[in-house]
Design a protein around this ligand. Structure first.
Ligand code: IVH
Length: 677
């Protein structure tokens, strides 16, 4: 890229039109970060376009528009990260892989210092190092390690992480370091979402966390559910601590999230016990660890030992041996998702790995399958990405059968036989046949699911039968099913027939957003569906709108808008919408608007409510929405202002606090009564 000619050779009108093209392009790119969690281009491509735009606007100031990304001072989308210098370099850490090497490290220190040595032993969190600066108790700058001397300023992204305090408990100035990580559950969710969208999954939580922090748009990082543990005080005027273990206490007192597992060990036997304990239980932790870190506990002794050119002499990482298992691939299964993405899964002889029995591992996409050259009857090594997701690390070539053949990636859909294609630059293979039965089954399952049309009792098992018996071909057909039709299903008697017919019938009255989400339009999630339904009120109004109109809806960008326009332009889709109307499905928004919510006579109207613990019937998001529809304000922490706490299972400190403040606690079973009031 770069401008086609020197900027002074442009006429003003040329410059204006090129600048507008660049703005549109840049807006699309940042939109992709935001709605899709998937950059369309690499950062440097964005940066170069941005610089082109800056040049044009600098040469022709009259062409600058208010909505130009260059005008968003301190806006969320930055052309790249500002570099910061670490006054005290962020060194790396020496590491060892065996107990013998660890013992040698300890021997060396004892010999060199001629003293007994006490260690603070901590878990080695699998994330990436961050540096945080607080001035008078306020978070002012956060940075990555970078090359150790120069890092990237990621303050805006770090501000979205709840575990990083914005304000300390005392107005002190301090620089600290720690580890930013993605919890295992969030990592699994994110990768699942990425695969369903045809994107490359992250290899491990560390990459996922790094990828999230490197997003130029802080909203993307915010959506990624990152967390952080702080483990080092770098500079602090008011240091009271003389040991690392005391330093951790000080950090916790100041409000930092400090990993609670660390222990002080007097000798290698105690260190060994700690290592064994966590090697055995690491799979149960909510975050990934890849070893333990030994730090000389005495801070004065740390200073005396100092650093080599690369690493401190007073600390060392012991890395856990990788948990691996060997097994044989029996089959490669190809499954077709709702959007037509076709993914390969290796089916293997069951084997124990890191606490579970594993017999299946996703190969993610055809490229990965080819790169790893996995073949039928190959012996493979398995590991768990991020400690949870089984993955094939490599083929054991020595054990490959001599007559083995390269695995032939299918060129047609395993379900309908339609040719498979790659869309745009996607790695995923897709079946683009809209009538593909496998996609149909996934689509219908999604349509009936709880966040969509919420048709109780209509799950994949029944949908498969309905499709096989050709009782339904699309979602509109569901509304034409009769008792006679359902009587043909396995074990379907009068009661189950009536229940299902009633559930289907009840779904006719759903508010428009459920239908919009249930249709499974690319990029249109539950939240976007709700915003769209609320804005347009009727399906007809949405269908009649063009891209420019749709993007006026708050947070809806060009990617979602384009997807909607393309979807509704399709004549088959238009026929389907007409059929849905004909079978009596409601096509208007009947949900509660904010204004209506305020006049609601619900128990929750006007109340401040906090949610905690695990809920069975609802996801957090669903319940929050439901409560807001009932006029409640949902907040994150319990205080005197809280009117009620809704507590699911395993509720912890919030429940204790609510009880101590005598705030009403509602459990899930009681919730329905309150909602009905
Ligand atoms: S102390 C910035 N303590 O491991 C150096 N590091 O392999 C801080 N790490 O770069 C060293 N848990 O990102 C320390 N409890 C812990 C740690 C830890 C994870 C990371 C850190 C470091 C890397 C070295």
């Amino acid at each position: 890229m770069g401008l086609a000619k020197p900027v002074e050779n442009y006429t003003q009108s040329e410059a204006a039109s090129l600048a507008q093209q660049l703005r549109d392009q840049l807006a699309d790119y940042s939109q992709a970060y935001y709605t899709q969690d998937a950059p369309l281009v690499e950062d440097h491509v964005y940066d170069e376009l941005y610089r082109d735009l800056e040049q044009l606007e600098a040469a022709f100031p009259v062409i600058v528009t208010n909505d130009s990304p260059t005008q968003k001072v301190g806006g969320q989308v930055l052309p790249g990260f500002t570099k910061v210098t670490h006054e005290i370099p962020m060194l790396s850490m020496g590491d060892v892989f065996s107990e013998a090497e660890l013992a040698a490290f300890d021997q060396r220190l004892r010999k060199n210092t001629a003293t007994e040595i006490e260690y603070n032993v901590e878990l080695k969190i699998d994330g990436l190092a961050i540096d945080l600066i607080y001035e008078e108790g306020r978070f002012v700058r956060g940075a990555t390690r970078g090359n150790g001397t120069i890092g990237e300023d990621i303050t805006q992204n770090l501000k979205t992480i709840k575990a990083i305090p914005q304000k300390l408990t005392r107005p002190v100035s301090i620089e600290v370091r720690g580890e930013c990580y993605m919890p295992k559950a969030a990592f699994a969710d994110l990768n699942q979402k990425r695969e369903a969208e045809g994107q490359e999954p992250f290899a491990n939580p560390r990459n996922a966390a790094a990828g999230s922090l490197r997003q130029l748009d802080a909203k993307v990082a915010a959506a990624r559910q990152l967390s952080a543990f702080i483990y080092t005080i770098v500079t602090f005027d008011d240091v009271q601590a003389t040991t690392q273990s005391e330093a951790l206490h000080v950090l916790a007192e100041l409000g930092f999230n400090v990993n609670p597992t660390s222990v002080v060990c007097q000798n290698m036997a105690e260190v060994q016990a700690f290592i064994e304990q966590y090697q055995g239980t690491r799979n149960d932790l909510a975050y990934g660890i890849d070893g333990v870190v030994l730090k000389v506990n005495d801070l004065a002794l740390q200073r005396q030992l100092g650093n080599t050119v690369k690493v401190p002499r007073w600390e060392i990482a012991y890395k856990f041996p990788p948990e691996e298992a060997e097994t044989v691939v029996r089959e490669i299964e190809w499954t077709v998702g709702r959007t037509g993405v076709v993914t390969p899964t290796a089916v293997m002889d069951p084997v124990q790995l890191a606490g579970t029995t594993v017999s299946r591992a996703s190969l993610h996409n055809a490229d990965m399958l080819r790169d790893k050259d996995v073949r039928l009857l190959d012996t493979v090594l398995l590991h768990k990405a991020g400690d949870i997701i089984p993955e094939i690390s490599q083929v054991v070539l020595d054990k490959r059968p001599s007559d083995s053949q390269v695995y032939a990636v299918p060129t047609t859909c395993p379900s309908c036989g339609h040719d498979l294609v790659h869309l745009d630059e996607e790695v995923a293979l897709r079946c683009i046949n809209p009538m593909c039965p496998a996609q149909m089954k996934e689509q219908l399952t999604h349509f009936a699911s709880r966040n969509a049309m919420n048709i109780d009792g209509l799950g994949p098992r029944i949908i498969t039968q309905l499709l096989a018996k050709e009782l339904i071909h699309d979602v509109a057909d569901l509304y034409r099913l009769t008792a006679d039709d359902l009587a043909q299903l396995d074990k379907f008697k009068e009661k189950s027939i009536n229940n299902l017919l009633n559930a289907i019938d009840a779904s006719r009255q759903n508010s428009l957003e459920r239908l919009l989400f249930g249709l499974g339009i690319r990029h249109v999630g539950a939240k976007a569906a709700r915003l769209l339904a609320e804005h347009f009120q009727t399906l007809a109004a949405l269908m009649a709108s063009d891209q420019e109109t749709i993007i006026t809806v708050d947070t809806i960008g060009t990617i979602i808008a384009d997807s909607l326009v393309t979807y509704f332009a399709d004549s088959q889709v238009q026929t389907l919408m007409a059929e849905l109307e004909a079978v009596g499905v409601n096509l208007t928004y009947t949900g509660v608007t904010k204004a209506q919510a305020a006049t609601s006579d619900s128990y929750f109207n006007g109340k401040t409510v906090v949610l905690t613990g695990k809920l069975e019937q609802y996801t957090r998001g669903e319940l929050k929405q439901l409560l807001e529809d009932n006029g409640a304000k949902v907040t994150g922490s319990v205080s005197k202002k809280t009117d009620a706490l809704i507590a699911g299972q395993d509720a912890g400190s919030k429940l204790e606090k609510a009880q101590s403040l005598a705030i009403p606690v509602i459990n899930e079973a009681g919730l329905d009564n309150y909602l009905a009031q």
